[in-house]
Design a protein around this ligand. Structure first.
Ligand code: UD1
Length: 417
C-alpha cells in the first residue's frame, strides 16, 4: 500500500488544470457497449476506476486502444454478457455496466457491486426500475441474472433521485420499445454529459439535467468521438486545497456553474472568487470563517465535497455544522483528522467542527476516496510531516493529485511500499 508524505506549511500559488470527470467517464465508457462499432473518447482520466471499467469491457470482448489521451473502444464483438465477481467488487459503479449490457443484449449477469465503504449502498432502485422495463430478475448464488424478451418503455418514478439508477435506466432503455420516462430523476451534470454523448450517438434523450427525463427508443447507434466533461469534484478539491493554505490559485475549469454551491461556501468562508473564461481564481483570507453545510442532490452541495470542506473548516474561525443527507456513513475520516488535532464531534448525520489554531502532522489512514483527500488537505497545513497511508482509495478517483498540488507549491510525494 502506497502513502503520501506531506510537509505542511506551504501556501499554494499558481495555476492547474482540472482533469476529465470520473463520474461522467464511468457511465460514458459503459455507454460505448451499446454501439456495436467504434467510439472515441477524449478527456477520460487515467485513474483506477476508469482502468477497472476498461478492463471489464475488455473481458466482455471489446477492443481498446489508447492513443495520445484518446481511448478508442471497439464494441463490435462482445462475446460475454457476464461481469465476474472479482471485477464487479472493485467499485460500485460497475453496476452501470449492467444497464448497458442489458440495453444491448436484453440480458446480463453480475454480482452486487463494491466501492467506497461510506454506508449501505443498495441497488434496489436500479433493480426495481429494470423490472418496470420488463426485465426479469433472478438472484442465484450471489449473482443477479437479468433477462428480457423485450425491453418496454415505461414511466419510472424514483423514490430518491439516485445518480446511478438514473444512468442505468437511461442505458437500459436506449433501444426500448416506446418511451421511457423517469420522474424524480437525478439532475447531476454527469447525467447531462451521458445524455449528450448518447444523443450524439443517435439516441433520443430529452430533459437530462431536469427531474423528468424522456428516452424514446431508437433502433441503432452510430460511431462518434466525444470529449468528457471536467471533474467538478476535483475542481472543488483543488480550490479547497488553495483555501486551507491561505493561498492564491487559479484552476483551468470551464464550467463554474457546476460548482456554484462550492464557490458560494468558499466565499462565505472569506475567499475571493473571480471567474474569467475558462478560469476560476481563488484568493483565500489569512484565516477562513466557519460555515454550515448540508449535502443535497444536485444542484445542492455535493456529498463528495463534504469531507473536503470539513478539512478546510478544521482551522476556520468559529464552529461549523455539517449535515450529511446522502450517505449514512460518510464520517469515517473524522477519527483520522482528530489524530492531527482537529476538534470534530459527530452524531448521526451531523458533524460539528470547532476551528483550532494548529494541526500536527502524523500518520493517518485513508478511509475512502474523498475522506482520504480530506487528510491530504489537512496535511498541507499541519505542522511537520503527515503520512497518509492506503492512498489506493485516493488514486481511484484523482488523476495525479500530488503532481497538481506540487505544481501549486505543496511539498508532497508518493512513497511506494
Ligand atoms: C454517485 C457518484 C458518487 C456520489 C453520489 C451522490 C458515481 C460513479 N458516483 O454515486 O460519487 O457521491 O452519486 O451524488 O457517479 N440508493 C438506494 N438505492 C439504490 C441506489 C441508491 O437506496 O438503488 C441510495 C444510496 O444508498 C445513497 C443515495 O441513494 O444513500 C444516493 O446514491 P446514488 O445517487 O445512487 O449514488 P451513486 O450513483 O452510487
Amino acid at each position: 500500500m502506497s502513502s503520501y508524505i506531506i510537509e505542511g506549511g506551504k501556501k499554494l500559488e499558481g495555476e492547474v488544470t482540472v482533469s476529465g470527470s470520473k463520474n461522467a467517464s464511468l457511465p460514458i465508457i459503459a455507454a460505448t457497449i451499446l454501439n456495436p462499432g467504434i467510439t472515441r473518447l477524449y478527456n477520460i482520466p487515467n485513474i483506477h476506476d476508469t482502468q477497472i471499467t476498461l478492463e471489464i469491457l475488455k473481458y466482455l470482448g471489446c477492443k481498446i486502444k489508447k492513443i495520445n489521451g484518446k481511448i478508442e473502444i471497439d464494441s463490435k464483438n462482445i462475446t460475454k454478457k457476464e461481469i465476474p465477481e472479482h471485477l464487479m467488487s472493485q467499485m460500485r459503479s460497475t453496476v452501470i455496466l449492467a444497464g448497458a449490457i442489458i440495453g444491448r443484449f436484453k440480458e446480463a449477469k453480475f454480482s452486487y457491486p463494491g466501492g467506497c465503504d461510506i454506508g449501505a449502498r443498495p441497488i434496489d432502485l436500479h433493480l426495481a426500475a429494470f423490472k418496470k422495463l420488463g426485465i426479469n430478475i433472478i438472484e442465484d448464488a450471489g449473482y443477479i441474472i437479468c433477462k428480457a424478451d423485450e425491453i418496454k418503455g415505461e414511466n419510472i418514478n424514483l423514490d430518491f433521485p439516485s445518480v446511478g439508477a438514473t444512468e442505468n435506466i437511461i442505458l437500459a432503455s436506449i433501444f426500448a420499445e416506446g418511451v421511457t420516462q423517469i420522474t424524480n430523476a437525478a439532475m447531476e451534470p454527469e447525467i447531462v454529459d451521458l445524455a449528450k454523448c448518447l444523443n450524439k450517438m443517435g439516441a433520443k434523450i430529452e430533459g437530462a439535467g431536469t427531474n423528468i427525463i424522456k428516452i424514446t427508443g431508437v433502433k441503432k447507434l452510430k460511431d462518434i468521438s466525444y470529449k468528457v466533461m471536467e471533474d467538478r469534484i476535483e475542481a472543488g478539491t483543488l480550490l479547497c486545497a488553495g483555501a486551507i493554505t491561505g493561498g492564491n490559485i487559479c484552476i483551468n475549469y470551464s464550467t463554474p456553474e457546476h460548482i456554484t454551491p462550492i464557490l458560494n461556501k468558499l466565499e462565505e468562508a472569506g475567499c475571493k472568487i473571480n471567474i474569467n473564461t475558462g478560469k476560476v481564481y481563488m484568493q483565500a483570507p489569512k484565516k477562513l470563517k466557519a460555515v454550515d453545510i448540508k449535502t443535497m442532490p444536485y444542484p445542492g452541495f455535493p456529498t463528495d465535497m463534504q469531507s473536503i470542506f470539513a478539512s478546510i473548516l478544521t482551522t476556520a474561525k468559529g464552529t461549523s455544522v455539517i449535515i450529511e443527507n446522502i450517505f449514512e456513513n460518510r464520517y469515517r475520516y473524522v477519527s483520522e483528522l482528530k489524530k492531527m488535532g482537529a476538534k470534530i464531534t459527530t452524531e448521526g448525520k451531523t458533524a460539528i467542527i470547532k476551528g483550532v489554531r494548529k494541526l500536527s502532522g502524523t500518520k493517518v489512514k485513508s478511509t475512502d476516496l474523498r475522506g482520504g483527500a480530506s487528510m491530504v488537505l489537512v496535511g498541507l497545513i499541519a505542522k511537520g510531516t503527515t503520512t497518509v497511508t492506503n492512498i489506493e482509495h485516493i488514486l481511484r478517483g484523482y488523476e495525479g493529485l500530488e503532481k497538481k498540488l506540487k505544481k501549486l507549491g505543496a511539498q508532497i510525494y508518493i512513497d511506494e511500499d
